[in-house]
Design a protein around this ligand. Structure first.
Ligand SMILES: [Fe+2]
Length: 166
């Protein structure tokens, strides 16, 4: 990515929840969406796109699990409604992925637009709301972070798609 204007989803400091690990994970999700955008633009083909969708689903689930665990540990009162938002997105992502695989008509841009809008609104809406509670509770994300980073590295190395957008 040489030109800023070519970036589909640009990270902004406005999206920060003031918890580094969570911001880093959100940035990875943004990167995966950018990667999908590039792959679609370059007409990389079904295999590459399916690989990115798989990574997106896997990483999203990992990330949600972390958030939910931290909220649970912090006894965050809005845990249930937050989890419901996560469940809805996973369901929607599943529907969109299946639609992509079953239908000929390209739905990539519909999907990209939806995911970008969802992620931005979710981070700036409900994610920012847990920030104070989580920071006050204090927590350890070290173990999770190590595990998630190792898994993601393995996922990136095993697939060529990650190089596409760099
Ligand atoms: Fe969330």
């Amino acid at each position: 990515m040489s030109n800023d204007e070519e970036i589909f989803f640009k990270w902004s400091p406005d999206y920060s929840v003031n918890i580094k690990t969570i911001d880093d994970q959100h940035k990875v999700l943004v990167d995966i969406l950018n990667c999908l955008f590039v792959a679609v633009g370059k007409r990389e083909g079904d295999k590459a796109i399916a690989g990115i969708l798989e990574a997106l689903m896997g990483y999203t689930q990992k990330h949600f699990t972390l958030e939910e665990n931290l909220m649970r540990q912090a006894k965050y009162p809005e845990l249930e409604s937050h989890m419901e938002e996560h469940r809805k997105l996973i369901k929607e992502l599943d529907i969109l992925t299946k639609k992509y695989m079953l239908e000929d008509k390209p739905i990539y841009f519909e999907m990209l637009k939806f995911l970008k809008t969802w992620l931005r609104a979710h981070i700036q809406g409900v994610d920012k709301k847990y920030s104070t509670t989580l920071r006050e509770a204090g927590f350890s994300v070290d173990a999770w972070e190590k595990e998630a980073t190792a898994e993601f590295t393995a996922m990136s190395n095993s697939k060529k798609w990650w190089e596409l957008w760099k």
